[in-house]
Design a protein. Structure first.
Length: 496
């Protein structure tokens, strides 16, 4: 969509693996340097992501360090809820951080799009929640994925760590000891420079693959920061990212500047500015609208904005926290996820997380994959994604959603998990240790209720398949996923 603009701005001198090439570091004033591929230390990159061998799905990984000078931003006036912020460069600081690349091993498989994920550090370590939740789609369509260690916690530690010392420098000091992060105020320009490094002529980051499109993406805490990036920095850096994927954000953005630099908080609500010339897709669960407050920041769809809201979903769920790590795109993972609705876990990671109720086992991964496909099509071909119905809210904080007879929310994107249900799936009602409050709940139906809904296995499969076909036709489930979703229902014992 903006290849001409991108070509025009890629003009700042950059050092990549010792060779001078043309790329954009705008608006950072100095050159950055790429070092790698990185080896040594414990021998493998440190990140919370999938745990299967990438070679088994035709992918390879490579790790690089990026270092240079990053710029902070300031605003002469308070930031406004419309997101139309005018910021200017402030202080600068040196940094050295990490880029992790997953790329197709066969160049002919690469679809030209690089999905650039702002790594999430809420657990005290670098994590890749979008790769976890949507890697099936990224792999089968041939995306390259780059994880950016943009925040200080990922490098130096701190925050609300699930397990101590899993940040890069503590987890593998030999491999990562040279990294240095000056603070999250500088994270925005570091994310810009990461995108510029991917686009750089002569860059080795993609192993010779030629990128056509870059999508900037972030989930949860990273979505808060990406919201601020879009509103404050995107207008200054046109040509780096061709679109944005904002997954599970809340009511506001992250601070534009923070301690030890001057504090410049984002207002509540912070909406996505409406004067952009690149597409922005937001993806929201029930938890995001309520517990994270995104309900206050909802905005209408436009020619450059889409907001998808999915029924029966929580901020994180049984797929992301359990099934995803080993899912290599085979039908068995969809069968396991289906079964999780009937036998949902309450404990995770060997008891490191222990919730008071079984966690959500909903359909989030399937519409998530469809939303990424829709955004990429939007950028590549100009075909806008379908508009999502909004989840029906009551305005009552104690009971925020309108529920159907089965206890599932009404409105929003519909899937067979809520339209041919075998459980009540919610993004609310959870408690327990650590992050349990955002994991939602699953309440499997009693056998008598299942029998009343589905007098035979054939009746259940028909209802499930009809709901699946409806979601595919609406553009909210991909045909490749629908085959596995239907197979999981057929293999079940519901109605038998």
């Amino acid at each position: 969509m903006r290849s001409a603009i991108a070509a025009a701005v890629l003009a700042t001198l950059v050092t990549v693996s010792g060779a001078a090439v043309d790329a954009s570091a705008a608006p950072a004033p100095d050159a950055f340097t790429i070092e790698g591929p990185i080896t040594g230390g414990k021998g493998t990159p440190q990140i919370a992501a999938t745990n299967f061998d990438l070679a088994s799905v035709g992918y390879e990984q490579a790790e690089y360090f990026i270092s240079g000078t990053a710029t902070a931003y300031t605003s002469a006036t308070p930031l406004t809820s419309d997101g139309k912020w005018e910021v200017t460069p402030a202080s600068t600081a040196r940094y050295a951080t990490r880029l992790l690349v997953y790329r197709p091993s066969a160049p002919k498989k690469f679809n030209g799009t690089v999905f650039v994920e702002w790594d999430n550090v809420s657990g005290g370590l670098d994590a890749a929640p979008i790769w976890l939740a949507a890697h099936d789609e990224l792999i089968r369509k041939g995306y390259a994925w780059v994880g950016v260690t943009a925040q200080r916690t990922g490098v130096e530690g701190g925050g609300r760590a699930l397990v101590a010392d899993l940040d890069l420098k503590h987890a593998d000091p030999e491999r990562y000891g040279s990294l240095a992060h000056p603070g999250d105020t500088y994270s925005y320009d570091m994310f810009t420079q990461a995108g510029a490094a991917i686009r750089a002529k002569g860059s080795s980051l993609l192993g010779g693959l030629k990128p056509t499109r870059l999508i900037g993406a972030g989930e949860s805490q990273s979505a808060f920061r990406l919201t601020t990036y879009i509103d404050a920095v995107e207008p200054l850096t046109q040509g780096i990212y061709d679109g944005y994927f904002v997954y599970s954000r809340g009511d506001d953005g992250a601070a534009l500047s923070q301690d030890p630099q001057p504090s410049i908080p984002a207002p509540s609500p912070s909406r996505i500015r409406t004067d952009l010339d690149v597409p922005v897709m937001t993806f929201s669960t029930e938890t995001d609208l309520t517990e994270l407050g995104y309900g206050k920041a909802r905005q209408p769809d436009t020619s450059m904005f889409r907001g998808w809201e999915v029924a029966g979903t929580s901020h994180a769920d049984g797929y992301t926290l359990g099934v995803a790590g080993k899912d290599v795109g085979e039908r068995s993972s969809d069968v396991e996820l289906f079964q999780t609705m009937l036998e949902p876990p309450a404990e995770l990671y060997g008891g490191i997380i222990s919730c008071d109720s079984p966690i959500n086992a909903g359909p989030m991964t399937y519409p998530l994959r469809a939303s990424i496909d829709a955004l990429n099509t939007w950028i590549a071909d100009g075909e806008a994604p379908p508009k999502s119905p909004r989840l029906q809210m009551t305005g009552d904080a104690a009971a925020p959603f309108v529920l159907d007879a089965n206890g599932n929310v009404t409105g929003g994107i519909r899937t067979p998990q809520v339209d041919a249900p075998v459980a009540t799936l919610s993004g609310l009602g959870q408690s327990g240790s650590n992050f349990c409050g955002i994991f939602g709940t699953t309440k499997p139906f009693e056998p008598t209720k299942l029998s009343s809904l589905y007098p035979s296995h054939a009746a259940f499969v028909q209802a499930w398949n009809t709901a699946t076909d409806r979601a595919v036709k609406a553009g909210f489930i991909l045909p490749a996923d629908a085959k596995h979703i239907k197979a999981a229902a057929a293999q079940s014992t519901i109605g038998s």
